[in-house]
Design a protein around this ligand. Structure first.
Ligand SMILES: C[S@@+](CC[C@H](N)C(=O)[O-])C[C@H]1O[C@@H](n2cnc3c(N)ncnc32)[C@H](O)[C@@H]1O
Length: 265
């Protein structure tokens, strides 16, 4: 059965917008504080999406760097190209599939970032490719959800549907399999934690976030709904529970718990 949902780009941009509006902290500032990038470096952003991290690196280094962004999704690359144009086209943007060999020579980059995306089918392969294209002493930087991430979001969905949350590739693999692959491949790894409470004093933006999450990850949530009509029913059930919790507690606080792994080659 064909399931007709919103576009991935809209869903990703909706979630980024909600993080910005309802989160108390700025993840880009956290990223720049822990990375302390030096001017003149070469950066590859793997799974760059709409270009969020490319723009942040460019602004932090005041353009004194060479940034390449790659993604498998043409629509998101087109979005990144719009951001690139606004800045005078400082980025090189290209199609890149992290399940395939990267189109770069060994020892090319000082930093390879991969934010909220490193869920390839063969994690050790992707990590080895990142390691290969990094210069000696170069760094990998990844971000992803830690086990306590968005507890309220999952608890509301569990109560609303009476069903278990299907395994999420991010939460269930990031701090275990992905951390392990980086540790096995790189000379050293540091872990930094970013906690960002998103406070919703109304139910509507929480529902918008939930809609954009479940729709984007729709293949992961098929144990909860099989088609768009069932998706809408599930969203109504979630709304009822979220609204009850919001009225009971005065607000819904969904805390993002993000792990930043920095590995050095
Ligand atoms: C949650 S988005 C994160 C995008 C961006 N890093 C950000 O934080 O805004 C996940 C990204 O992974 C990309 N992606 C998924 N599979 C991929 C693959 N096989 N190779 C490269 N990128 C992929 C998606 O297209 C999407 O841009």
């Amino acid at each position: 059965m064909k399931i007709d949902y919103k576009e991935t780009t809209n869903d990703l941009l909706t979630r980024i917008d909600i993080h910005n509006k309802y989160g108390g902290k700025d993840i880009d500032s956290w990223m720049q504080d822990i990375l302390k990038l030096q001017p003149g470096i070469k950066i590859l952003d793997v799974a760059c999406g709409g270009g969020k991290q490319c723009v942040s690196f460019h602004q932090y280094l005041k353009g004194n760097c060479a940034i390449t962004g790659g993604d498998v999704n043409q629509e998101l690359l087109a979005q990144a190209a719009l951001e690139n144009e606004k800045l005078g086209n400082p980025f090189t943007l290209l199609p890149l599939d992290f399940d395939k060999p990267f189109p770069f020579e060994d020892n090319t980059f000082d930093l390879v970032s991969c934010c909220f995306a490193i869920y390839s089918s063969d994690i050790p392969f992707t990590i080895r490719e990142i390691h290969r294209v990094l210069k000696p002493g170069g760094r990998i930087f990844t971000t992803g959800p830690m086990p306590d991430n968005k507890k309220v979001f999952y608890d509301i969905i569990k109560e609303a549907t009476g069903k278990p949350i299907p395994p999420m590739p991010g939460s269930s693999r990031y701090s275990s399999e992905i951390y392990g692959a980086i540790k096995d491949t790189f000379a050293s790894v540091d872990t930094e934690i970013f906690e960002n409470p998103l406070t919703f004093s109304q139910t509507a933006p929480f529902i918008a976030y939930t809609r954009a999450s479940l729709a984007e990850d729709r293949r992961l949530w098929t144990s909860l709904f099989a088609d768009s009509a069932e998706f809408e029913q599930v969203m109504q059930q979630i709304f009822r529970v979220a609204d009850e919790w919001q009225k009971r507690d005065g607000s819904l606080v969904m805390t993002k718990v993000v792990g930043g792994f920095i590995g050095t080659k």
